[in-house]
Design a protein around this ligand. Structure first.
Ligand SMILES: *[C@@H]1O[C@H](CO)[C@@H](O)[C@H](O)[C@H]1NC(C)=O
Ligand SMILES: *[C@@H]1O[C@H](CO)[C@@H](O)[C@H](O)[C@H]1NC(C)=O
Ligand SMILES: *[C@@H]1O[C@H](CO)[C@@H](O)[C@H](O)[C@H]1NC(C)=O
Length: 258
């Protein structure tokens, strides 16, 4: 799939480069991160540099060498937004098997994830209150609402809770159990109140707006946007339509089209 490939490329980028010394850099590779001055002399991206130093451009062997303990990498994190529905099987598969795994192995500063549960839902203003209808029924609306609430509380702490809900037997019935394992400090009552109250509706309305603002508009879920750009259909190299058929390839789960 396109996304894991992009993420793999990112991992490759973050892997320590072999490194070749530059003029002015009389230090062995293992010392490149020992101070900001040396990092700069050796064209290593560090020292809080916003832009890479002149020689550390694409093609430079130092480009990939990062001093994690000196500063964050100069590159901005890759932003992945997932527009999905809590009960859509293909969404669950992508979230559990690909996105969460990538998020776990990559450092915070490399990957930033935004989850937008809503997908093909519809909203209606009923006497001043937002009312939602979901593709997979009321249970999906409940699942979406639980997940948007958990997400807003503190994403990096609670993404594992969403993973737990989406990977379990029931998205809506395991909240207490998932909280116990992944966020015992979080009060389940607080989430329940949000889910049933105006706050939940306001959060879901925001997701409706985010989903409706997609350009191009989404045609199915999961709909994956990386750095603000829809990733399109699978490229041929990743087994998309133009790729030679691999024998006995497992069937991709059907997307949730409306
Ligand atoms: C950063 O890590 C390197 C090893 O990768 C070490 O040699 C260096 O002393 C560390 N620098 C600081 C400022 O902690
Ligand atoms: C929703 O409906 C109420 C009245 O039914 C109206 O006052 C309000 O402006 C509407 N809100 C939106 C965002 O359309
Ligand atoms: C999220 O939770 C972590 C760990 O509990 C905490 O360090 C961080 O400050 C929290 N972030 C926000 C925005 O509350």
């Amino acid at each position: 799939m396109a996304v894991p490939l992009a993420l793999l490329a990112l991992v490759a980028l973050l892997a320590p480069g072999l490194g070749v010394a530059f003029p002015g850099c009389d230090y062995p590779v293992h010392q490149w991160c020992s101070s900001r001055e040396i990092a700069v002399a050796c064209q290593v991206r560090a020292a809080g540099a916003r832009a890479a130093p002149p020689l550390a451009r694409a093609g430079s062997p130092c480009r990939a060498h990062l001093c994690a303990n000196l500063s964050r990498p100069a590159a901005a994190p890759v932003e992945v937004s997932l527009f999905y529905e809590s009960l859509c099987p293909a969404c669950r598969g992508f979230l559990v098997q690909e996105l969460f795994t990538a998020w776990l192995v990559l450092p915070d500063e490399a990957l930033s994830v935004t989850l937008v549960p809503y997908g093909n839902a519809k909203e209606k203003n009923v006497s001043g209150k937002w009312n939602f209808q979901c593709q997979h029924g009321p249970e999906e609306c409940l699942g979406n609402m639980i997940e948007v609430t958990v997400t807003v509380l503190n994403f990096s702490t609670y993404f594992p809770v969403i993973f737990c809900l989406e990977s379990g037997s029931s998205v809506t019935k395991n909240l207490e159990a998932c909280l116990q394992v992944y966020a015992p400090q979080l009060d389940g009552g607080r989430i329940a109140a949000c889910v049933q109250g105006d706050t939940g509706a306001a959060l879901m309305h925001r997701n409706a707006q985010l989903t409706e603002a997609l350009d191009p508009p989404h045609q199915y879920v999961p709909w994956i946007v990386i750095n603000g750009v829809w990733q399109g259909e699978k490229p041929e190299a990743c087994g998309g339509s133009g790729a030679p058929k691999a024998p006995k390839a497992p069937k991709a789960p059907a997307r949730c089209r409306r």
